[in-house]
Design a protein around this ligand. Structure first.
Ligand code: GLA
Length: 375
């Protein structure tokens, strides 16, 4: 009798893991808080394949993302916290966040439009990073759940918000398809000439968040050039070929295989923290930028975008100081980011593709994170 009892428990446990969605570990009650007078909420996206993504309106952040492995076992593959206080207490880490008004760095926190000079908060050494002290990652977005697979998120950034000119109206669509793709569609308009560079800052670990390093993942990155930086991680304006360097990921390459090389750009970033100039097909608007494969789980992440650049970052500032979901810690290089973007510091580099948005233009940016499994 006892054997039958235990074998049925085991069967239920196995069934609950393989293929069927393991209920997300995110408890909406743990996000019960008012920020800027608005209630922090958790929203859940689901599809017919059992994939599940939870999102909070604070910073438009992706909080959890359940993805099957080759055995159908679901794991949460994005770093984050299982309470709003976890996010608020941690040193800023942008986990899962919508980033703006300008993602990545602007040298010395200053730029000009025409002959008007603007001054931003220098919140990352001498530079401005990720939209300033209270960038879009810390704002309360207006969220509408359109259906079980789609959210609309809106934000109005007032004139001179964090030093940026013009009232900017931003809308994002997070759409989870039945092909296990999260399609992020950004649009924005402004009533004055401004600059803009939005992105998403999810940190991925295809073993599962908190399950060790990402250095054993295989990366393929569709780019022949990088924009090398100075020691403060601001691009110098040079466009440098990746040939014969630790930055060449045109063929599938283990992320950790050259990460401790003496290369100056590796040393500046304490690993990979660099913008790539993506190879583009003239007839393709949205094209494959990068793919990451983790052999043990068989999980494959592909990233598609219409943007000219992508920041590849290997979590070199993570220090495991703040326990994440399920009490797991996120130490050095335990998450990687692939942030589709314009190049950092573009407002100060006239040779880089322009990031200026004029009142008669619409900013548009598509990023697709697509998961599948490969044996
Ligand atoms: C981006 C930058 C990194 C780091 C992270 C956030 O990925 O490129 O240098 O600032 O954001 O910590």
């Amino acid at each position: 009798m006892r054997t039958i009892f235990f074998s049925s428990i085991l069967a239920m446990l196995l069934f609950s893991c393989a293929g069927k969605t393991v209920p997300s570990t995110i408890n909406p009650q743990a996000f019960n808080k008012l920020i800027d007078g608005k209630k922090v909420m958790i929203y859940t996206l689901k599809n017919q394949k059992g994939m599940e993504i939870t999102v909070t309106n604070w910073g438009g952040r992706i909080v959890s993302w359940l993805v099957p492995d080759k055995r159908g076992i679901m794991e949460d593959v994005v770093l984050g916290y299982d309470s709003i206080n976890g996010y608020l207490n941690a040193k800023e880490n942008y986990f899962g966040a919508a980033i703006g008004r300008y993602g990545n760095r602007i040298a010395n926190g200053e730029f000009s439009i025409g002959d008007i000079k603007y001054k931003l908060a220098q919140n990352n050494g001498i530079n401005s990073l990720h939209g300033g002290i209270n960038g879009f990652s810390g704002k309360m977005w207006e969220v509408v759940q359109n259906d079980i697979g789609e959210l609309s998120l809106k934000l109005v950034s007032p004139d001179m918000d964090e030093g940026y000119p013009g009232e900017l109206s931003v809308s994002m669509i997070y759409r989870l398809t039945n092909d296990n793709e999260l399609v992020i569609q950004y649009e924005a308009k402004c009533d004055k000439p401004t600059i803009i560079n939005l992105t998403n800052h999810s940190y991925f670990n295809l073993h599962g968040a908190g399950n060790g390093s990402v250095l054993d993942h295989l990366l393929t990155l569709n780019a022949n050039f990088i924009t090398p930086t100075d020691s403060t991680l601001v691009p110098t304006g040079e466009i440098r070929a990746v040939d014969n360097s630790p930055f060449d990921f045109r063929k599938p390459t283990i992320i950790g295989s050259r990460i401790n090389s003496e290369d100056q750009q590796i040393r500046f970033g304490r690993g990979y923290d660099i913008n790539y100039v993506l190879n583009k097909n003239p007839d393709q608007n949205v094209s494959l930028a990068a793919s990451v494969f983790e052999p043990e789980s068989g999980r494959l992440l592909e990233v598609f975008t219409d943007q000219p650049g992508i920041q590849f970052y290997t979590g070199n500032f993570l220090d495991g100081k703040y326990p994440g979901k399920k009490g797991k810690t996120y130490g050095y290089r335990t998450g990687f980011c692939l942030e589709t973007q314009h190049y950092p510091n573009s407002p100060n580099q006239p040779k880089f593709p322009s990031v200026q948005l004029d009142p008669d233009q619409v900013y548009s940016h598509t990023c697709i994170y697509k998961f599948s499994v490969k044996s």
